[in-house]
Ligand binder design. Structure first.
Ligand SMILES: Nc1ncnc2c1ncn2[C@@H]1O[C@H](COP(=O)(O)OP(=O)(O)OP(=O)(O)O)[C@@H](O)[C@H]1O
Length: 396
């Protein structure tokens, strides 16, 4: 949906002076020497529709610059940017206004609420700017306030709200519009940890309901890991890596990312999917006994996954009992399933099920939302994934 390729931003120099400086390897120095600053350097990424895409990095790494180039609050010096195929840098003033007013809403860390207006009026403000009639905009404001848990505070004035509540109003203001893209610049960084957590949960719930496309800037890695479908890590204006949280943990692109993620609680970020292995021997109730026995002979196992016709996992059968059971038919097969066998949804964090690993000799099965077997999670895979990977350079 949003596609950026080779975006660069030079602050402090006219475009025609800046462009020739962007070609060489020493462009940061060249730009600085000419009196400018390279805030974003050759940045490429794609944000999918309905994705919660996080831009993460330390202060000054270029996160806000990149975010603001999406709606041209910061004009790119070089590169291409399109939204649904529309060339954003080439947009004329009218189209750009339309894009900013209708399709994109922004939420900031600090945003001003009008002190003399009610929370409802503040929430409706974006719609007023868009020319929505008064009754409709107040109705939409009430709807948005209910969604962020402030349904009963519409008549209050901003000074009656806590910091967390004000940030909810910021979110409500963005929701009240039907913008399908939200650009969020460190919206929760000024909040206390508990309130911050609540707001992250709220954002995830709203996102799951509305499927808006969200680009979210943060310098907080744990926040990025908690909410981001994918995370783009930036350093000195450049993209260092763009991946899912679990992929950043298990395959950091360089030592910078590896140091960055070293303190993350891996058991909360990695899921069953991160450590999945192909299932070993499976059988269906309908399989011929001879065929299954041949498969069993070919491999050494403690058990066999028994699936129904739709690939849903019925359980694990002990292989010594399985041979007879297969000959005797379905009822016998069901009787030889190991009782209390554990399965977990494939997106479940390790922290929530690693205690099960010690319970059976058979690995835990990971299943999709229909109970179909996707793979197995062996004990050894859980343990090795929880250890931090070695430095990238140490592998070389
Ligand atoms: N208008 C400007 N003029 C000159 N330099 C700027 C301007 N805006 C940003 N910069 C510089 O560009 C670099 C990237 O800034 P940016 O605000 O994008 O970083 P950031 O990662 O969002 O940082 P923070 O988390 O501190 O907001 C910084 O070094 C900053 O000082």
């Amino acid at each position: 949906m949003i596609e950026a390729s080779h975006l660069s931003k030079v602050y402090g120099l006219a475009r025609n002076r800046a462009l020739p400086l962007l070609t060489g390897d020493r462009r940061h120095e060249a730009v600085r020497h000419a009196g400018g600053f390279l805030g974003a350097d050759d940045v490429s990424f794609t944000v999918r529709r309905g994705e919660l895409f996080v831009i993460m990095g330390l202060s000054g790494s270029g996160k806000s610059t990149v975010l603001r180039m999406i709606n041209r609050l910061v004009e790119p010096t070089d590169g291409r940017l399109s939204i649904d195929g529309q060339d954003v840098p080439a947009m004329a003033a009218g189209d750009l206004r339309e894009l900013r007013n209708r399709r994109i809403s922004m939420v900031f860390q600090h945003f001003a609420l009008f002190p003399h207006r009610t929370i409802r009026e503040n929430t409706a403000y974006g719609l007023k700017v868009r020319g929505v009639p008064v009754r409709e905009r107040l109705e939409r404001a009430d709807w948005a306030l209910r969604r962020v848990g402030l349904g009963d505070r519409g008549d209050a004035r901003p000074d009656a709200l806590s910091g967390g509540m004000k940030q909810r109003v910021g979110l409500a203001r963005a929701l009240a519009t039907d913008a399908d893209i939200l650009l969020m610049d460190e919206p929760f960084s000024a909040l206390d940890p508990l309130i911050k957590r609540e707001m992250q949960e709220l954002l995830l719930t709203l996102q799951a309901e509305d499927q808006r496309t969200i680009v979210f800037v943060t310098h907080d890695l744990n926040e990025a890991m908690r909410i981001g479908h994918r995370i783009m890590v930036m350093k000195d204006g450049r993209v260092v890596q763009c991946d899912t949280g679990p992929d950043l943990l298990s395959a950091p692109a360089d030592d910078y990312v590896s140091d960055f993620v070293a303190d993350v609680d891996r058991s909360r970020v990695l899921t069953a999917a991160s450590v999945l292995r192909p299932p070993w021997c499976t059988t269906r109730l309908s399989d011929s006994p001879g065929e299954v026995l041949r498969r069993l002979e070919a491999a050494e196992m403690n058990g066999v996954f028994v699936l129904d016709k739709l690939d849903r996992i019925l359980g694990v059968a002990r292989d010594d009992l399985l041979a007879n059971a297969l000959r005797n038919g379905e009822d016998d097969l069901r009787n030889c399933l190991v009782q209390d066998y554990d399965t977990v949804p494939v997106d479940r964090p390790l922290v929530e099920f690693c205690h099960l690993a010690g319970r059976h000799t058979v690995p835990i099965a990971a299943v999709d939302e229909h109970g179909r077997l996707l793979g197995v999670v062996p004990r050894a895979a859980i343990l090795s994934s929880l250890a931090s990977p070695k430095k990238v350079t140490a592998h070389a």
